[in-house]
Design a protein around this ligand. Sequence first.
Ligand code: 5GP
Length: 206
Amino acid sequence: MYTIIIQYRSLQVCFKYMATAAIHSFHFHLLKGPATVRALSTIKTSRIEFSIRHTQRLFPLPLHFRRAMSHVNARNDEEASAKAAAANVDSGAPTIFDKIIAKEIPSTIVYEDEKVLAFRDINPQAPVHVLVIPKFRDGLTQLGKAEARHEEILGHLLYASKIVAEKEGILDGFRVVINSGPTACQSVYHLHLHVLGGRQMKWPPG
Ligand code: 5GP
């Protein structure tokens, strides 16, 4: 990779103005590989990163390339925080959702009964994005930990999701998502259902 960058910088010097578009394209492909992005995020002070930053200042990338790169970075952040969250999963430590249930931190509640709480996601991924959670976690840090004794609450959560969709006026089309475990990018280890709607959904999900 080092060699490639040296060659790349030499290219820049040679074709400073003539080959800007080609360099942008090359640069983008260089940054696009997940392994490269991971390397750049971990080797923060390396000459490689400096070289690429410096290059970006000299030749700002077209907007759509920069957008694509920031999407890659956001995805990597998401994966990193999901892995960090998973490290404490078996500690049984309370999560942010316990504070929301106890009303110690504010949330916009959409639906509530004696068993479940539904509130708007702080970082909505659709015009309607509501989280439905059991008030009593009872070992349900994630769906992957479900046992036979959880059948009733699991059914109740699903039915509550339908009530939320009805209240939010998205019964004609909505999606219910459960991320279970770090590979699925779960970040809060208190089982929750994402109820998403209000826009056309795409398939397959990312
Ligand atoms: P996960 O990634 O675990 O499937 O989903 C966790 C969700 O909880 C994320 O969509 C995130 O935006 C949401 N979330 C995290 N902290 C808070 C918070 O303090 N308040 C609210 N309302 N949502 C939160």
